[in-house]
Design a protein around this ligand. Structure first.
Ligand SMILES: NC(=O)C1=CN([C@@H]2O[C@H](COP(=O)(O)OP(=O)(O)OC[C@H]3O[C@@H](n4cnc5c(N)ncnc54)[C@H](OP(=O)(O)O)[C@@H]3O)[C@@H](O)[C@H]2O)C=CC1
Ligand SMILES: CC(=O)N[C@@H](CCC(=O)OP(=O)(O)O)C(=O)O
Length: 383
């Protein structure tokens, strides 16, 4: 009997029959569902000292199924989380552990909130023994030549790229449920793809003329200070960066091409704005024949009717980033310009929640058969 099964048997032998004789398959997922509220999951976070990591801690700490959160670091082993983040003093008393595949395999789920290159190596050692959710871009692109061209580094082995399920939670829920290797989408692609999905899937826009303009808060760049993001460079400023060379471009194109059933290329221009969290994506494209405000409204409402974290606003009532702050929501609205025949779609997310750790927890919920919104049902912090 392996470590994980021993743990579950020890903890639950008096309360939950059979829990330890199942392996990771649909049967066990059903059992997880049956055990809602038992709090027996053990989660590990690699890269816990980063912004994605501390946000995972915030969300998992309040998650009713998580019994234990272990934290791992490549540079601060032996220190406590409170040494990195005093705001978790007396809330999270875990000590940062050395990253080691054998230890990580003891956990039910491992979050890799690490820079590019780490998960390409680590996830190969962890799946299928445990479930891995990778927040980095290592496993999002299916073609290694495209990864290498845009990331400027060697890609993960092809079999891992093919095995990983791209976890835009609102789609491919069945694939997400059945995978051990989940690749969490990038922050910009999450806001952009959710905003464009109904239009591209229905052929309502001409994708060859699609232009995407997006703005991010500085936490999108992680915790390490840089000349790009530090206060005196960013305060009272507004920056454009990586024009026509941002690594999220092929990620957006890959998914749009899949939905459109033809190759789609986009102009994507990211900007940095002096705020802590938030992404606003503004997308412009010419409509195809026959679409009106009423038809597009009905389309968005039907596509997102059963998606708990997508809120379609009344036509023309555009969302602001603060209206999703600290939450897993993606809010959106659109307007059609009758003069030009173009539609403008605006979507907003919190980059650290729906754009990273929140979507990772949503995907974990799907992978383990929990209710999709478990641990994520909070009201935005406003103002
Ligand atoms: N910030 C955001 O809005 C989003 C981020 N992402 C992606 O999520 C990942 C984490 O981002 P974020 O938290 O913002 O970045 P941070 O820079 O804030 O944190 C990254 C963490 O990775 C750890 N790390 C560094 N080198 C290694 C290594 N060689 N092996 C293992 N761990 C290492 C560091 O912790 P330590 O030194 O303690 O090991 C660090 O705290 C990145 O891939 C990022 O691109 C995705 C979507 C949105
Ligand atoms: C503001 C800012 O710098 N944002 C980051 C995007 C963060 C992200 O999602 O990066 P991954 O694809 O590596 O996960 C950037 O533009 O590179």
């Amino acid at each position: 009997m392996n470590q994980k099964k021993r743990f579950q048997q020890k903890k639950y032998k008096n309360t939950v029959a059979l829990i330890y004789i199942h392996t990771y398959n649909n049967t066990q997922q059903k059992m997880y569902k049956d055990r809602t509220g038992c709090k027996f999951m053990k989660a590990a976070i690699v890269g816990a000292t980063g912004y994605g990591g501390i946000e995972l801690i915030r969300l998992l700490h309040n998650h009713q199924e998580i019994e234990h959160i272990a934290v791992f670091s490549s540079s601060q082993e032996g220190k406590t989380m409170a040494q990195s983040y005093p705001h978790v003093t007396e809330i999270i008393d875990e000590t940062l552990e050395t990253i080691d595949a054998a230890t990580l395999k003891e956990y039910d789920v491992v979050f890799l909130s690490t820079p590019p290159g780490v998960s390409a190596e680590l996830s190969a050692e962890l799946v299928p023994e445990t479930k891995v959710i990778d927040l980095s871009g290592d496993l999002r692109l299916k073609r290694s030549d495209i990864y290498e061209a845009w990331y400027g580094r060697k890609s993960a082995p092809n079999h891992l790229l093919q095995q990983a399920v791209y976890g835009l939670s609102e789609w491919k829920k069945e694939s997400i449920k059945n995978t051990s290797l989940l690749s969490n989408p990038g922050c910009y692609p999450t806001a952009i793809l959710l905003g464009l999905a109904p239009l591209i899937q229905e052929g309502a826009i001409q994708p060859e003329y699609l232009i995407i303009d997006a703005k991010s808060g500085t936490t999108g760049a992680g915790r390490s200070p840089s000349a790009m993001t530090h206060f005196s460079e960013m305060n009272d400023n507004f920056k454009v960066y990586k024009v026509n060379e941002h690594k999220h471009t092929p990620e957006i194109e890959q998914q749009l091409s899949d939905w459109a059933n033809k190759e789609v290329t986009v102009t994507f221009t990211p900007h940095l704005v002096p705020m802590t969290r938030g992404i606003m994506a503004t997308m412009y494209a010419p409509l195809t024949e026959g679409w009106s405000t009423e038809k597009i409204t009905a389309l968005y409402e039907s596509v997102y009717a059963d998606q708990p974290f997508v809120r379609v606003r009344e036509n023309g009532t555009f969302p602001f980033t603060k209206e999703v702050y600290g939450t897993n929501y993606c809010d959106m609205s659109f307007s059609i310009d009758e003069r030009t025949g173009r539609i403008t779609v605006v979507s907003v997310i919190d980059n650290l929640v729906k754009g990273a750790s929140g979507q990772a927890v949503q995907n974990m919920n799907l992978m383990f058969g929990f209710e999709e919104g478990t641990g994520l049902n909070t009201i935005p912090i406003y103002p």
